[in-house]
Design a protein around this ligand. Structure first.
Ligand code: PLZ
Length: 452
């Protein structure tokens, strides 16, 4: 292939040309150079999905150092809902950069942190009195939610579900279900973590939400006991575990049981939160009001920020100085979050997530009708996936899934896979993507399926 000597683009944001453009094979020579350096410099446990060297991104594209422009159907794992380098975010963070970059909120407070907490208290489900605390990563916020629930209830056990993903720190690894690559050899894990069966409609043999809840609650009562249980933590739609939407009624029944048994119900909305599913939070689709909500990812347009928000009496139970961290609620990340939330609101991105969902579900269902290897299509808003199976047995087909993803990658489309069985292709486009790009990306995936 002849090399086009493209200038390296560095300015990102929505004004980047919105197109799929391949000027070299993926990876091109400049990307290969970076990957060679990565192999020498970066620990091999830190993998990568796409072999490219990113120089700019925005709207619905990611541009690499070779001048290729790829369609982004992953948003950096559900982070850049407002798009990369979203104008309001760039402006707010730039202004904050010029005033101050860090004081440590627990040493000398500033308004941005308080304003983010106020916004979270307002936007999360329920009209009870709330408090928030800010952290850096999803895992850190999950750890703190569990800490707070234990302090409040004076109980220790925590229940997580099959297929759950809650992070990579020691406690959150223990809460996460999947062994490889998350846990194997990384133990011992924290004690007092228990696992309950989920509602997984595609693989549950017709179990209703209510029946699946009875099954889970029975395991919890027999194996843990409400008198020992501080909290139940669940993703309202499971992310890494396979975009599993529990059957209707499952989540409300679990919440109700928690209420009746003095158990804190924690919704991990790290992946589902912030407009992604066509609501501020996925809990809203089932009308549930969690005691604590954990947020991260989509909250700050790509800057690292996370939070725990919940009932004032629970959140306030930890003693002064009991919660914190050097960087939690960093002023740059808070400025980004306020601008991000304003962007979701002013640009109507919750509605846009629903429109994107309609395109995704429509196109993927058409694929499913035509191709029995597409076993299931599911999700809400701009969080949608297809599960690929062997049509004869229904067994998960991870090899087909990898082949389809690899085809998409080499043809300029960033798609991610997930699922306990590695057989789910998930779609998490930025909410700023155009229909044209989205449809082009999906046709490449469809070609990949035909090709495999
Ligand atoms: N809870 C529901 O989805 C992060 C993991 C990427 P951190 N998911 C992406 C990877 O392979 O490490 C996630 C999540 C849910 C918690 C987390 C953890 O959030 O910000 O990655 O710590």
């Amino acid at each position: 292939m002849t090399l086009v000597d493209t200038p390296v683009i560095t300015a990102g944001g929505p004004s980047l040309t919105q197109e799929r453009r391949l000027v070299t094979a993926i990876p091109g020579p400049r990307s290969q150079e970076l990957l060679a350096r990565k192999a020498e410099a970066v620990a091999s446990g830190v993998g990568h999905t796409l072999p490219i060297s990113v120089v700019a991104a925005g709207g619905g594209v990611i541009v690499d150092a070779d001048g290729n422009s790829l369609i982004d159907l992953g948003s950096g794992i559900a982070v850049t809902g407002v798009g990369n380098s979203a104008p309001r975010v760039v402006e707010a963070v730039t202004a904050q950069l010029h005033s101050f970059t860090h004081t440590c909120f627990t040493v000398s407070p500033y308004e941005g942190y308080v304003a983010v907490a106020e916004k979270l208290n307002e936007l999360t489900p329920g009209d009870h009195v709330k408090r928030s605390a800010l952290f850096n990563s999803g895992a850190e916020a999950v750890e703190n939610a569990v800490k707070i629930a234990r302090h409040f209830t004076k109980k220790q056990a925590v229940v997580a579900f099959d297929h759950a993903y809650h992070g990579r720190t020691n406690l959150t690894m223990g809460l996460t279900a999947k062994n490889i690559p998350y846990k194997s050899g990384f133990g011992p894990f924290a004690s007092e973590v228990y696992r309950a069966p989920l509602s997984y409609p595609f693989r549950d043999g017709g179990l209703s939400g209510a029946e699946a809840a009875v099954r889970a609650i029975s395991v919890i009562e027999k194996q843990v006991g409400a008198e020992n249980l501080a909290a139940i933590i669940i993703e309202p739609i499971q992310g890494e575990g396979g975009f599993i939407v529990p059957a209707a009624g499952f989540l409300p029944a679990i919440v109700e049981w928690c209420r009746a048994n003095d158990v804190v119900f924690i919704a991990d909305e790290v992946q589902t939160g912030f407009a992604r599913t066509g609501a501020w939070f996925a809990s809203e689709h089932e009308g549930i009001v969690p005691d604590l909500v954990v947020t991260a990812k989509g909250i700050a347009g790509g800057l690292p920020l996370s939070a725990v928000t919940g009932r004032a009496e629970i959140m306030d139970s930890a003693m002064a100085g009991g919660l914190g961290g050097t960087y939690g609620g960093n002023p740059l990340a808070c400025a980004a979050a306020l601008a991000t939330i304003e962007t979701y609101e002013d640009d109507g991105l919750i509605d846009r997530a629903r429109e994107i969902g309609a395109v995704l579900i429509g196109r993927l269902n058409a694929l499913r009708t035509a191709d029995p290897r597409v076993g299931d299509v599911r999700g809400r808003g701009a969080m949608v996936a297809m599960e690929l199976v062997d049509p004869a047995s229904g067994a998960p087909d991870a090899a087909l899934t990898s082949a389809v993803a690899a085809y998409a990658h080499s043809n300029g489309v960033v798609v991610l896979t997930c699922g306990t069985y590695g057989n789910v292709i998930r779609f998490l486009p930025p909410l700023t993507i155009s229909d044209e790009l989205l449809i082009d990306g999906l046709s490449v995936v469809a070609e990949g399926l035909k090709h495999a």
